[in-house]
Write a protein that binds this ligand. Sequence first.
Ligand SMILES: NC(=O)c1ccc[n+]([C@@H]2O[C@H](COP(=O)([O-])OP(=O)(O)OC[C@H]3O[C@@H](n4cnc5c(N)ncnc54)[C@H](OP(=O)(O)O)[C@@H]3O)[C@@H](O)[C@H]2O)c1
Length: 335
Amino acid sequence: MLPTRPLGTTGPAVSALGLGCMGMSALYGEADRAESLATLHAALEAGVTLLDTGDFYGMGHNELLIGEALRTAPAALRERALTSVKFGALRTVEGGFTGYDGRPAAVKNFAAYSLQRLGTDHIDVYRIARVDPDVPIEETVGAIAELVEAGHVRHIGLSEVGADTLRRAAAVAPIADLQIEYSLVSRGIEEKILPVARELGIGVTAYGVLSRGLISGHFTRDRALAPGDFRGMSPRFQGENLHRNLDLVDRLRAVAETKGVSVAQTAIAWVLAQGDDIVPLVGARTRTRLTEALGALDVPLDAADLAAIEEAVPAGAAAGERYPAAQMAHLDSEH
Ligand SMILES: NC(=O)c1ccc[n+]([C@@H]2O[C@H](COP(=O)([O-])OP(=O)(O)OC[C@H]3O[C@@H](n4cnc5c(N)ncnc54)[C@H](OP(=O)(O)O)[C@@H]3O)[C@@H](O)[C@H]2O)c1
């Protein structure tokens, strides 16, 4: 069994690391289906209970994959698995993103399709991926609250919202967690958002804890990326920015070596050490990466370790924004 952490004051207890399944269907190049299923099963067997997805990851592919993994897992593991699903993104046939839809009728439509693809009778945590600028958050959250009332959803989450939106949403219904990017190189939540989440009893599921592999210790300066790989467009992976960011990784590696652990484990352990109300999602797509990520739970960091890590990678040291400009514009958390 793995240690657990509460998802806010109203959410369920979940494994201290969750599995983010996005890369098994989208955004990081081709994934191996059999290995993805094996990774999902290995995660459940190891005690991971939180599986994070979005209905738009591979346009339903990721939910179907999780549905298959749950269906073919031993009943005891299936029963303790918790699904965290994002919705709202509008896609084109070619795979583009054209906006977000948070209207109440759309929320219920998205949920109906997700339940069908997952093959479950409820979703454990349901959240809109990005705030729909044309629909007040109260209406979107109100619609999820009705799904909770009807038994189709257990808890309400949020994704990439700022402090004001957290307050407005929490005034409508209990919010279990905020899913938001947080890592050694993405520390934007520390000033305003995290304190408000804590004040409201809202947990954090942190994504991008390895900055999409950038600070995993496995990313190299000459790595070729497949067409459509998010990292081919991400400012942090471009030219001089990539070189500067990988210099930071070399500094982090030096600290990791003093502890006899890997770079990825150090980066994940750093997020784990920021508070028991934070649950890192790890985007492992293979059993090897999963085993490495879970090893972070055995890396306690004391004050001296944290100071050495901070010195190696100071807040704000990363070169480049965490998303391309057009996607930054959709982030309520950055306004
Ligand atoms: N709410 C939101 O807006 C939002 C946005 C993005 C993601 N998410 C969620 O958060 C999850 C995690 O995000 P992410 O995948 O971008 O984050 P990540 O964990 O920072 O990056 C994952 C990538 O890191 C590389 N990696 C290298 N060593 C690893 C290791 N030991 N364990 C895991 N990955 C390792 C892998 O790339 P290679 O396989 O290429 O080596 C993997 O694809 C997603 O799956 C998704 O569920 C949410």
